[in-house]
Write a protein that binds this ligand. Structure first.
Ligand SMILES: Cc1cc2nc3c(=O)[nH]c(=O)nc-3n(C[C@H](O)[C@H](O)[C@H](O)COP(=O)(O)O)c2cc1C
Length: 310
């Protein structure tokens, strides 16, 4: 057997099998179909579609993006076509892509929003898992994000788990004092897996005009600038829970993927890198294969949690 045929990049979490650990991150890969002309979707482990809500949303006014040193600010405002239109207009095409896992990201402003959106998505065929975006203001409790308050997090995860007919991935916000506590709360409330991190709340001002760079004033920071903090948070979360952890935050090279896996991630997501190079996800899959061959690695899952101390 040649070295190439001996390489096993497959990983699995919560009963979801992936041909490799590379997943395109929510909000940076449209509904997948938009990337068909530039990325061979069949090469990816999977992708997470744009955050879906019960009703369509138009998002925030422009400007919504601003590039920073080694990062990007965004305040898209969770623009999306709504869960029902996703099932009717996008999912039939996505189901034709064989063996690439489709995960739907879900958000809401009340527990009922999450519940209703998941109930709609339950009717669709070919969705592998739900990823719960808890970085939204909880309007039932005065606007503090679900993901910043342990009690709100418990409530929304418990609600989602009760209705979800598919594995539930809870996507944690990094804007917390203790990621360990939030990871543990999500697990105890029924999460089948965790994904982290979402963006950091941040902002930038133009000194010439004195105006905020982003119309919404505050925005989410992503990209290589956040990577070391993301690695630390993935490491802390993976130590705190028994369920699998999916890592992300600034990944742009195969070596970054290995770094997150060593910190405890079973799989990874690639977000902002697709803005700088739309082919980034596929290139990272190819690069990962080469990296493993060069390092005589035959089974990538052996890296998970494999950081050595001495
Ligand atoms: C433009 C943009 C839109 C995003 N939209 C979503 C979203 O709808 N739901 C979500 O859970 N995360 C969303 N995210 C967060 C990313 O999925 C990811 O968690 C974050 O950007 C960190 O990874 P990265 O540094 O590789 O981009 C978005 C990020 C960006 C840059």
């Amino acid at each position: 057997m040649t070295a190439a045929s001996a390489l096993d990049l497959s990983v699995s979490f919560a009963g979801v099998q992936l041909r490799n650990p590379i997943i395109a991150a929510s909000g940076t890969f449209g509904y997948g179909v938009e990337f068909e002309d530039v990325v061979n979707l069949g090469k990816l482990g999977g992708f997470v579609v744009k955050g879906l809500s019960r009703e369509p949303m138009i998002g925030n006014p422009p400007p919504r993006l601003w590039e920073t040193a080694a990062g990007m600010l965004n305040a898209i405002g969770l623009q999306n076509i709504g869960a029902r239109a996703f099932l009717e207009e996008k999912l039939p095409r996505l189901r034709q892509i064989k063996d690439t896992v489709v995960i739907t990201n879900v958000f809401g402003y009340t527990r009922e929003d999450y519940e209703n959106t998941i109930q709609i998505l339950n009717e669709g065929e070919g969705i592998a898992a739900y990823e719960l975006n808890v970085s939204c203001p909880n309007t039932e409790h005065g606007g503090l994000q679900f993901g910043m308050d342990p009690r709100s997090l418990d409530e929304v995860v418990t609600t989602a788990k009760r209705v979800a007919r598919r594995p539930l991935i809870v996507k944690l916000s990094p804007n917390v004092t203790s990621i360990t506590q939030m990871a543990y709360v999500a697990q105890e409330s029924g999460a089948d897996a965790l994904s982290l991190i979402n963006t950091f709340t941040a902002m930038a001002i133009d000194p010439e005009t004195r105006k905020p760079r982003i119309a919404n004033v505050t925005a989410g920071l992503s990209g290589p600038a956040i990577k070391p903090i993301a690695v630390r948070m993935v490491y802390d979360a993976a130590q705190a829970v028994k369920i699998p952890v999916i890592g992300m935050g600034g990944i742009s090279t195969p070596a970054d993927v290995i770094e997150f896996m060593l910190a405890g991630a079973t799989a990874v997501q690639i977000g902002t890198a697709s803005y700088w190079d739309p082919c980034a996800t596929e290139k990272i899959v190819d690069g990962l294969e080469n990296w493993c061959h060069d390092h005589r690695i035959t089974r990538i899952r052996d890296f998970v949690g494999g950081m050595v101390m001495e």
